[in-house]
Design a protein around this ligand. Sequence first.
Ligand SMILES: C[C@H](N)C(=O)N[C@@H](Cc1c[nH]cn1)C(=O)O
Ligand SMILES: [Zn+2]
Ligand SMILES: [Zn+2]
Length: 479
Amino acid sequence: MAPQLQGYFNKVDEMAEGFIKRLSDAVAIPSVSADDAMRPQVVKMAQFLRGELEALGATVEERHPGAEPDRPHLQIPPILLARYGNDKSKRTILVYGHYDVQPALKEDGWATDPFVLSVDQKSGKMFGRGSTDDKGPVLGWLNAIEAHQKAGIEFPVNLLMCFEGMEEYGSEGLDDIIHDEAKKFFKDADAVCISDNYWLGAEKPCLTYGLRGVSYYQICVHGPGQDLHSGVYGGSVSEPMTDLVKLLGTLVDNKGKILVPGLNELVKPVDEEEKKLYEGISFEMKDLYDGIGSCSSIYQDKESTLMARWRFPSLSIHGIEGAFSAPGAKTVIPAKVIGKFSVRTVPNMEPHEVDKVVLTHLEYEWEKIRTNNTMEAKLLHAGKWWVSSPKHWNFAAASKAVESVFGCKPDMTREGGSIPVTLTFEQATGKNVLLLPMGSSTDAAHSINEKLDRRNYIEGIKLLGAYLHYVAEEPQVEQ
Ligand SMILES: C[C@H](N)C(=O)N[C@@H](Cc1c[nH]cn1)C(=O)O
Ligand SMILES: [Zn+2]
Ligand SMILES: [Zn+2]
């Protein structure tokens, strides 16, 4: 290992408490993009990030895509475009991350306040919304810059950064900006790196070369002009909730089998060679059980589990807006309910074909219900799946970085989640995109008690910095 890398690692260890304080300041800003009322906090988070970047000597520009199409009363929060270094003799790496987070309420079952970073000194677990998704990794890039400065080690590349505040709400506005900036702000980029997913287990790092896409829908069912007393009106009116539950029940069975005709036919068939690939991946069912906090898996073997997560589509029902959900026994008939579900998509599912079969199915099943209520189904947002080749110097550099920080070769993984802009970056810049996760499978991203382990954060900062050093050394040939 180059001596300067060891100097960098030592400095990261020395500065660890300061880096945790920076994460704690970021988690304290509840930048929930899905919540209208929280929009000023999302903007505050952008300002926080901009301030930190400028204090490190980066130049920062903002892009303002305007109003949200679905919620025109809300302005899309600023997309931050930053540059650190402008040395023509160095490689330029473009990194992306998001500063918005999923919603979180203490009442959802969090053990601690979701917007206070709560560090358990014994286990090293750092609980807080956004700790792993994606504030920890975003700050990882800033921390890497600062540790180089404090160690007096030259930064090995020029770094371009693109940080958005709408990823958890479909990355509204970002695709157009990426295409607009491909030949402008991003023009020097030699490769792209995104740190916004998770290791397959809790011990071994991975590099990720594929993602599922996502098509997210809502079904609105309404009838009565207002909520009704179920004792007075129950049995004499068509109830929207009953219709909605019936319709949602036609989508998927409890073994994960998608019941929408035509959807599974859009999936690229798996060949024998591909099947073998899954046998070689170091993953145990225990990794899954640790991640979900129970043994309630549909499959009992590793291959079927990984294929269900990465290689096949899934359909999940997320919630019902307008449903009675508080404690107690309110005897209400909700007048209007909105069901939310999404389909995780895989090669070769085209989003418009998915929409066609899903919306046709809903109309067909609705007719069969024969009700007096009204139903409207629509797509809320869609992002396409992405699969690339890990045979590129970008991946080779990241693999060396994993070896130097963790002393092992990384797993090569795909990911069941979605980062729709990954494909946009690849297509708009024409450059290789690498996913280099910081967090582990046990981090409970999107769930209650989301956390990032201190080890993953601090070693992750070393990993991001080491990756940039190896990127600078990799030969120019594109493989
Ligand atoms: C993998 C990434 N960290 C993530 O959580 N992505 C989200 C993207 C999304 C799509 N609709 C709303 N958010 C995900 O996979 O759910
Ligand atoms: Zn994320
Ligand atoms: Zn997320």
